[in-house]
Design a protein around this ligand. Structure first.
Ligand code: DAH
Length: 358
């Protein structure tokens, strides 16, 4: 029995000193395992007489239980210690200031498209779209621009490589082909605007090879020039935010409209600056006209029954004028400092306030 007390002390001592879970497992195997020391002593009981066997057996069982309990206790103490160390290591300091997050900005061209959509949306226009890669017929011929027409040269068209049959697709030079697609695909009355990308081989402070236009088209049975004027005056005043903005219609020429008019707004040029509104000067901002009966006919509609008006303008141009952005090329340089300066907070987008256009 004395020996057992020593043994207990020795085992419990080594349990307390165990460095980790592996060491504890080694002790368990060495003492209580199949070939362990205590197991060996149990096996030796068979050689004792019954009385001594009972007493020694009880003492050995107690020792076995005590060792098992000490192992369990030490195991859970080690686990607690590991948990505490982990918590200490991974502690989150909720009082730290947040990382500086920079807020995103809406690009001025997106803002301008949204503003234009919101204004025409209020007037009952819906949005139509067409492909950037067009065929010659939609981009030119159907719009009354036949192959030899000088307007083709003026447009600095990008042509794609020729197809097998010799015809060449183009990057659309204006959004006007969507007029054709809409008249072919839908029944009048029509009232659409078409914001989208357009392409011309041109590059300077007011031109970029890719730019944006918005096209407008109204086709109905009794549409006249007064509707064109009312609609575009209303748009110019709403877009530039000047209630009595002077708007002038100047006779012009486009193959797809007859008569045609360019639209100018009043402005003042002073000391190198430009202010939109009242003044001696005029600034051209868009092209328009009554849809040429030939175009209506090209789309399979009867020009004796249907008339309408159309208009088109450069979105970068009206955006530069409104927001005082001097160089069109900067729109596409992806300079974050520029975007932070000229961009808009997300909630400034008018279409989110006005609601989507049906
Ligand atoms: N497509 C013309 C251009 O790119 C703009 C234009 C002028 C569109 C008059 C029209 C219009 O619909 O009626 O220069």
């Amino acid at each position: 029995m004395e020996n057992l007390d020593n043994l207990r002390e020795e085992i419990i001592g080594s349990v307390r000193k165990a460095a980790g879970l592996d060491a504890l497992e080694e002790i368990r195997v060495a003492e209580l395992g199949r070939k362990g020391r205590i197991t060996g002593l149990m096996k030796g009981l068979g050689g004792l007489d019954p009385e001594a066997r009972r007493a020694a057996g009880a003492a050995l069982n107690r020792l076995k239980d005590e060792v098992a309990a000490a192992l369990d206790a030490e195991k859970s103490r080690l686990a607690d210690r590991a948990l505490d160390a982990g918590l200490e290591r991974d502690r989150i300091d909720v009082s730290l200031p947040i990382r500086p997050e920079s807020e995103g900005r809406i690009h001025p061209i997106s803002q301008t498209i949204d503003e234009v959509m919101a204004i025409f949306g209020e007037m009952g226009f819906s949005v139509a779209e067409g492909p950037d890669i067009e065929d010659d017929w939609h981009n030119f011929t159907a719009l009354n621009i036949p192959p030899e027409h000088p307007a083709r040269q003026e447009m600095d068209t990008f042509y794609l490589p020729g197809e097998k049959d010799g015809h060449r697709m183009v990057l659309r030079t204006h959004t006007s082909p969507v007029q054709i697609r809409t008249m072919l695909g839908r029944k009048p009355p029509l009232r659409i605007i078409v914001p989208g990308r357009t392409y011309r081989c041109d590059y300077d402070a007011t031109h970029s090879p890719m730019f944006h236009q918005v096209e407008g088209l109204v086709i109905d049975e009794a549409t006249h020039f007064g509707h064109l004027k009312g609609c575009l005056i209303e748009f110019c005043r709403a877009y530039f935010g000047v209630d009595d903005l002077p708007v002038r219609f100047r006779a012009s020429y486009f193959p797809f409209t007859e008569p045609s008019a360019e639209v100018d707004i009043g402005c003042k040029r002073e000391g190198g600056g430009l202010s939109i509104g009242h003044g001696e000067d005029w600034l051209e901002i868009l092209g328009s006209g009554m849809v040429n009966p030939k175009v209506i006919e090209n789309c399979g509609l009867d020009p004796a029954r249907y008339q309408g008006f159309a208009f088109g303008m450069g979105l970068e141009r009206i955006s530069m004028l409104k927001y005082g952005i001097p160089d069109l090329r900067t729109y596409y340089e992806s300079d974050l400092r520029w975007l932070r300066h000229y961009g808009f907070a997300a909630l400034d987008v008018p279409s989110l306030v006005a609601g989507p256009i049906p």
